[in-house]
Design a protein around this ligand. Structure first.
Ligand code: GYE
Length: 322
């Protein structure tokens, strides 16, 4: 074959194109994300897992997904295995706030960036992770408190006794939702938390702990504040089984805004839910790609959310995505 200027040129174009295609396909394939999920404890968590899996597929990210079944030791194991597999980015939703420094130090030493999603860690060394994507749980607690503060104005004079179902002990949402709520209700000395215990964010535990509350304090309880919808839904069952009317005899306040909560509001059994969005997948994939490309990302990415009282539940229900 006679080599002309033209063949050299077209060969060069082909090669260039070839490289172009190959390198962009490579770039997409190259992003391997190890994700350690808390578990499958709630409707919120199920929606969060689906959001992450769907978004990974959509973004062409190879996702290595591990379910920790609400145990920190399983998350530590998963993170170590991601390091051993040399994934490009590690993301995880830490079940509890404390005790991450060692394993995050190992990821840092291996030069694998870590993204926190949903829940925070209390590590002093902020260089152990690149960013934290998720809700402001203290603000969610405040929003729940503000609703009650307003509602209390229409309630009979005297003490208003509150029982609280906390989330998983030591978890960021349990610590922060408790703090935000307490901060706001302190403005009215009649608002009194008479019992507060963990229901581990599950329906079964929420029901069980509410049963215990009802046994000792039944008639005295005016309000239930649950740190998530699942515990509220479990507790609603306990209230009904005790012959009381949830939403009326005992006001019920919760957090998340899952479909189950909207159904309970439409049935008149739940008074308000403070929104906490689990749809973090698309944002996580975007940030993971940016981090892998060496871009600087904000240290804190906060999710935008609202409050849904029972009065607007039926209107909002068709718009709910989780
Ligand atoms: O509110 C609860 C889930 O971390 C925000 O975890 C999340 C919480 C959510 O089990 O339902």
């Amino acid at each position: 074959m006679k080599i002309t200027r033209r063949t050299v040129l077209s060969a060069a174009i082909c090669l260039g194109l070839g490289f172009g295609i190959a390198s962009s396909a490579y770039a997409d394939k190259a992003l391997v994300l190890g994700f350690s999920q808390v578990g499958a404890e709630s409707e919120w968590r199920t929606a969060n897992t689906a959001s992450i899996k769907d978004a990974a597929k959509e973004a062409g990210v190879t996702l290595k997904f591990a379910d920790a079944q609400q145990k920190q030791e399983n998350q530590v194991k998963a993170i170590r295995s991601f390091i051993a597999q040399k994934v490009d980015v590690i993301a995880f939703s830490p079940v509890v706030e404390s005790g991450w420094d060692t394993v995050l130090g190992e990821a840092k030493a291996a030069k694998i960036p870590v993204i926190l999603t949903d829940r925070a860690v209390d590590s002093k060394d902020k260089s152990l992770y690149v960013t934290f994507i998720g809700s402001d749980f203290v603000e969610e607690g405040r929003r729940a408190g503000r609703w009650l503060l307003e509602r209390a104005k229409t309630m009979p004079a005297g003490d208003i006794n509150i029982v609280e179902l906390q989330g998983t002990v030591g978890s960021a949402p349990a610590i922060d939702r408790k703090a935000g709520f307490a901060e706001i209700i302190a403005a009215n000395p009649h608002l009194k938390i008479i019992r507060s215990q963990s229901g581990d964010f599950t329906r079964a535990k929420g029901k069980e702990v509410m049963e215990a509350f009802l046994k000792t304090d039944g008639k005295k309880i005016n309000v239930l504040y649950a740190h998530n919808d699942d515990m509220a839904i479990g507790a609603i069952q306990a209230i009904e089984e005790a012959g009381l009317k949830p939403g009326k005899d005992i006001l019920v306040i919760s957090v998340d805004g899952v479909k189950g909560a909207f159904e309970a509001m439409m049935a008149g059994k739940l008074n308000v839910t403070v929104e906490c969005s689990p749809l973090l997948g698309p944002q996580l994939m975007k940030v993971a790609k940016e981090v892998a490309a060496g871009e600087t990302v904000p240290k804190r990415i906060t999710t935008e959310e609202g409050v849904f009282p029972a009065e607007i539940a039926a209107k909002e229900f068709p718009n709910r995505k989780y």
